[in-house]
Each structure stands twice: as C-alpha cells, then as structure tokens.
Design a protein around this ligand. Structure first.
Ligand SMILES: NC(=O)c1ccc[n+]([C@@H]2O[C@H](COP(=O)([O-])OP(=O)(O)OC[C@H]3O[C@@H](n4cnc5c(N)ncnc54)[C@H](OP(=O)(O)O)[C@@H]3O)[C@@H](O)[C@H]2O)c1
Length: 279
C-alpha cells in the first residue's frame, strides 16, 4: 500500500498553504513527516516560479500559481505570506472563501479583526504565532480563534503540533507572545553564541564549544519541560555551595542577565503593539 492509499485520519480536511516561504515550507514538511495528512490533501501556492518548482519536486505536492485555485481545492487555508502581502492576498481570494472554510493566518501583527474587515464576511479564523524552530519541528505556536468550532480548533492544533508545541490563548496576548516566543529564538541564539565564544576563550575548539553550548541549552530546556520544576530549583541543583557554578552565576548577576532579558521581551512586546495592523 503506498503512502497516499493509506487513510490519514488525524486531519480530516484538505489543507492549502498560501506562501511557500520559510514557515510555509516548514508546515508542509511537518504535515508530511508527521503523516497527519496525505499528500493528496495538501497543496501550496507561491508567486515565485522557482519556489513552486522546488516545493512540488521536493515534497511531491501540488504547488499552484493561483491562490483562487488553492482556495477552491482546500477546506483549511493557511496564510503564510508576509504581513504586508496579507491585504492583497485576501482581496484576491475573498470571493471564493466561504464560512465552510477555516482561515488560519500566521502573519505577525495582523489581527483577526483586520482579517475579518478585509474579507467583509464572517469566516472562521484562527490566528497563529509560530516561531522559527518550526523549521526543525520544535516550534512554539500560540493560537487564538474567532468563529471557529471545536473541530476547527482541533484541526489547527493538529496542524501546528506537526511542527512543535501548541497553546491556545486569547488574542490580546499575541504581542506579548511575539516578544517572548516569537523573538525568543534570537535571544537564545545570542546566549548560545556567547557560550561558544566563552568556550573558545577558555581553550575549547570552536566546533566542540558549539556542540557543548547548544546541547547544554537543549538539555536545560528539556529538563524544565519534563520535570516541570521551577527553573530556580533546577539552577540550585547545579550550584554546589562553595563550588564552581556560583562564581559564574555572580558574574551573570553583575552583568544583569535577567534584567536584560526581561527588558528585551518588554521592548519587543511594545514594538509588536506599535506594528499591529488592525484597519
Ligand atoms: N519567520 C519567522 O520566524 C516567523 C515567525 C512567526 C510568524 N511569521 C509569519 O509567517 C509569515 C511568513 O513568514 P516567512 O518567514 O515564511 O516569509 P517568507 O519566507 O518571505 O515566505 C512568504 C512567501 O510567500 C510568497 N508570496 C508573496 N506574495 C504572495 C502571494 N500573493 N501569493 C502567494 N505567495 C506569495 C513570498 O514570495 P516573495 O518572497 O517573492 O514575496 C514568499 O515565498 C509572515 O507573515 C510572518 O510574519 C514568521
């Protein structure tokens, strides 16, 4: 039995992804690898011809030029274009979008109100904020919904769980989410980069230092998720009285590591609020 003749019951709908860029491709890859959806039930679109060729060749799915055709073929339409392209795309597809569709938008700063006003009709909508690690199927996606049924929400959850973890929150948290998990990978990359340089400074070869820093970060994050302990308690577990780690911690406190990170999230949240598109 080939892959497409088996039954894929997890996502019981045809899914179309408008915009086959970084996040669009990550979703295609996640949905196919997780086997939640058969290739026959998945299609994508893009304005660029080379991108369409690449996607259809690599993932063996239809990658269309026409967004209208995609909407015709899909029950769930995922909008994965840049925020500035959202209005144009919606104007192009609104005649074909009906309340039988579920529209999922991941465009940063584009509110559900903006989407509904632009469409001019009450379509079930889910707004999502994924982050870059969806590319390696370890993303964190926050979803908010309007007019969606339980079935729609379950479907949206399944789609984004194919590329990582998912939580539902009220839409009012989206700017804060953008500042924390949306921008967060950049902060963590900086921390890892600093650890790598530190390793080099104390004599560890760069390649090994990179592995040590990245795996230490991954392990620490996994311990928080798996033990559900407070990070401060886990930190205490590494900090022997009079030992080595406390000397490192004192340096981090002097450099105001925690204050700097809190300030970074606050500033990014404020910036996200400034950039919101709602009319
Ligand atoms: N990257 C992240 O970490 C991240 C995190 C959270 C949310 N998001 C959101 O996810 C969305 C996609 O981001 P991305 O990083 O994947 O962007 P991207 O790599 O630029 O992908 C968007 C793709 O859509 C294409 N496109 C533009 N207009 C189109 C149209 N009318 N019809 C079909 N395709 C069209 C683009 O082509 P051109 O390049 O020719 O324009 C590009 O290939 C954005 O709204 C962003 O805010 C991204």
């Amino acid at each position: 039995m080939d892959e497409d003749s088996r039954r894929f019951e997890v996502i019981n709908a045809k899914v179309g992804i408008i915009g086959s860029g970084k996040i669009g491709e990550a979703l295609i890859k996640g949905l196919i690898s997780s086997k939640k959806l058969s290739r026959k039930c998945l299609c994508a679109s893009d304005v660029r011809e080379e991108r369409r060729k690449y996607i259809s060749k690599k993932y063996l799915i239809e990658c269309l030029h026409s967004n209208l055709e995609l909407v015709d073929k899909s029950e769930v339409v995922i909008l994965a274009v840049k925020p500035n392209d959202v209005k144009k795309v919606l104007h192009g597809i609104r005649e074909k979008l009906t309340d039988k569709h579920l529209l999922i938008s991941i465009a940063a700063g584009v509110t559900i109100d903006f989407l509904l006003k632009t469409l001019g009709k009450p379509i079930p909508i889910v707004r999502g904020m994924p982050n870059l690690p969806v590319l390696v199927r370890e993303g964190m996606t926050v979803l908010a919904s309007q007019n969606g049924t339980e079935e729609h929400l379950a479907m949206a959850r399944e789609i984004f769980e194919s590329v990582g973890k998912v939580v539902f929150m009220e839409e009012k948290y989206m700017d804060a989410v953008t500042g924390l998990s949306g921008s967060g990978p950049a902060y963590i990359f900086m921390v890892i980069e600093a650890l790598v340089e530190a390793g080099v400074k104390v004599g560890i070869p760069r390649e090994t230092s990179t592995l040590l820093a990245a795996q230490t970060t991954l392990g620490a994050a996994k311990m928080i998720l798996e033990t559900e302990e407070h990070p401060a308690l886990l930190r205490e577990m590494v900090t022997t009285p009079g030992g080595v780690t406390i000397d490192g911690i004192i340096q981090l406190e002097e450099g105001k590591l925690r204050t700097s990170i809190i300030n970074a999230v606050v500033k990014a949240t404020e910036r996200s609020r400034e950039l919101v598109l709602n009319d």
